[in-house]
Write a protein that binds this ligand. Sequence first.
Ligand SMILES: Cc1ncc(COP(=O)(O)O)c(C=O)c1O
Length: 398
Amino acid sequence: MTSDYKPKEQIGVGDLKLDTKAKKYLNEVIESNRLSYGPFSQKLEVNFAREHQCKYGVFCNSGTSALHIALAALKEKYGWHDGAEVIVPAVTFIATSNIVLHNNMKPVFVDVSSDSYTIDPELIEKSITGRTRAIIPVHLFGLPCDMDPILEIAKKHNLRIIEDSCETMFARYKGKTVGSFGDIGCFSTYVAHLLVTGVGGFAITNNDELAVMLKGLMNHGRDSIYLHIDDDKGTSVESLFEIVSRRFNFVSLGYSFRATELEAAIGLAQLEQKSEIVSKRQRNAKYLIRALSDLDEYLQLPCISDEREHVFMMFPIVLKKEPKTDLVKYLEKNNVETRDMMPLLTQPVYKRLFGEIIDNYPVAKWIGTHGFYIGCHQSLTDEQLDYVIKKIRRHFKK
Ligand SMILES: Cc1ncc(COP(=O)(O)O)c(C=O)c1O
């Protein structure tokens, strides 16, 4: 360990390096003079979905858009009414529950497990009413939810599942990949995620009908016969006539959630490196865990198990004996970026909408006051990790 190492810049929670391949693909897009949906988006959708054991992928402009159309598609398919209830965890990024509200439905919050920070399956059934229609389990920080009991509950109560996997790509739960358990799985490629395209997101599914609905919904609700400018190329005269007559048909109340070939080009280049990205993150997380595990009395570190593969979008830490404030201040003062662990119910807008309800969610409350996360991304060096470790140890005088 180089003990006198001092970072010139903040040690951040995420990183993006556009490598030669990304630049090559970007150049190909620029040379083609085509930014709207084309070969890069198409390939990215197919490959990303396949990586997650799904038949269909829809690339759109954010994880939030993906979640929004996922719920809109299910609402339309199953004829749910406004005010129907959707179960969401009490710890997640605000977009998970915002999209429920934007779809005119009601989020019902369920507390999370104190060791994994994902929705506590044992608490779900108590929150189910005659109006419940769906569950949105969130694979948080890179860790899949405990899916078996969630799937069992969903089956028993005839509920649909949207996996909010915006923070977790490629991870396997008992050998099956996140995003392939529910009706639709949603992912984000926003800054600091596992794949980064600037803005971007995916909705993936194995259901033929939902795939068509998702594509239409993100394209203004357009008739699926003509979603992109290539859809009338190379067709017979008869089908061309059919396409032309339906080209401007809008069959549902849709949105303009499209991404461009530029994001797709970056995404494709990164997807080709997903194994290195994931293994470096897992290796960095293990490095941090090994070096901090003797501080067990003070720190709750992320749990690793064979059944629930952790891909470490970030490295969560919850303090056992004191609120996080002093340690966070100390790390930030020393150029180590920290972030809150997704407090949801204490957000000003939610306090206004739902009142002071955080006391009903003791684990979420504890995580809010005692938890934060730091980065463990693929660009961090051992020197930087050693520095972070040293600073945390010094805070506890160890
Ligand atoms: C759990 C979760 N859901 C949804 C989103 C929304 O994704 P986006 O920022 O791409 O809209 C995020 C983004 O960080 C997230 O962490």
